[in-house]
Write a protein that binds this ligand. Sequence first.
Ligand SMILES: [Zn+2]
Length: 73
Amino acid sequence: MTKFGNPTIAWEPKFELSQRGNLVVTIGEWRFNKHACWGSKVRWTCIKKKSGCTAAITTIDNVIVKILGSHNH
Ligand SMILES: [Zn+2]
C-alpha cells in the first residue's frame, strides 16, 4: 500500500459531492466514488476504476476500516 502516501498526513477522509451530485471521498491525492453501502458501511472505489485501478476502501460511520487493492496511477 505504498501509493496511499504518508499515512500520518493523508488518512483524513474528506467527503464531498462531485459536480454531478455523487458522493465522493478524497483521501490524500486520491478520490473514490461511492460504490455500495450496507447501513453505515460504505464501499468506495477509485475514480480511475474504469482505467483498471483496483484500489477501494471501506468506511463505517465515515471512518476508514479497510483498504483493498492498490492504485495503478
Ligand atoms: Zn486509483
